[in-house]
Design a protein around this ligand. Sequence first.
Ligand SMILES: Nc1ncnc2c1ncn2[C@@H]1O[C@H](COP(=O)(O)OP(=O)(O)OP(=O)(O)O)[C@@H](O)[C@H]1O
Ligand SMILES: [Mg+2]
Length: 230
Amino acid sequence: MSILETKNLFFTYPDGDSRKVILNEVNVSFEKGKFYTILGESGSGKTTFLSLISALDKPEKGDILYNGESIKKIGYEKFRRNHIGIVFQSYNLIPYMNGVENVMVAMSITENEMTKDIKRQALTILESVGIDGSKATRRINRLSGGEQQRVAIARAISTNVDVIIADEPTGNLDGKTSDTIIELFKELAHERNKCVIMVTHAQKVADQSDIILKLNTDTQNFEVINNEVV
Ligand SMILES: Nc1ncnc2c1ncn2[C@@H]1O[C@H](COP(=O)(O)OP(=O)(O)OP(=O)(O)O)[C@@H](O)[C@H]1O
Ligand SMILES: [Mg+2]
């Protein structure tokens, strides 16, 4: 069963006197344990789509279902707080705090059940994404870009969510660092049973995912390419 699903998702932006259709009756579904990438030319609507499935924007028509239930019914804020983790291109961490503190902020906001000792748990999660104790307690602005993105990923998974949504998370990183982050996303999907949905510009990155969703500007809809070996 799908964890996240869109039903006739429709969205436009004002464009002069008329409106520009970005998503035209989009029906796609996402499962746990799979790594999805979203491709499409600049301006096709990739970020718009992510902001809708992250409940940062509201659909004009149609719906988004989490575990079969409308996120409108769940409540957009509650859905964001408890069911998804978001990773941004520019990390969006709190710069004057260290890694552990950044992760602990997310853990203290969620209503999902957390262990009593969230500091120890934050350290464990950071360690699992390659941030050891000495880096975890260092101020964010003293970490490299790749390390900051690892902290952002730790924060996204720290609240025990099933769905990780990322908008060009490797856009600011060099090729080698980017590869290690992609490996981490694959591991989250395949070893930790998360549903990972990531926007990328790079076909070579998309080729490493299980399923590619290609946003077509002519149809304002996705072409779905399954890369899974069956
Ligand atoms: N608030 C807005 N008002 C009007 N038009 C907007 C608004 N936000 C985005 N758009 C337009 O909607 C289209 C889709 O934007 P979006 O940011 O989703 O594209 P994208 O695929 O993420 O592009 P990129 O690869 O450059 O990040 C673009 O033409 C953009 O100019
Ligand atoms: Mg974008």
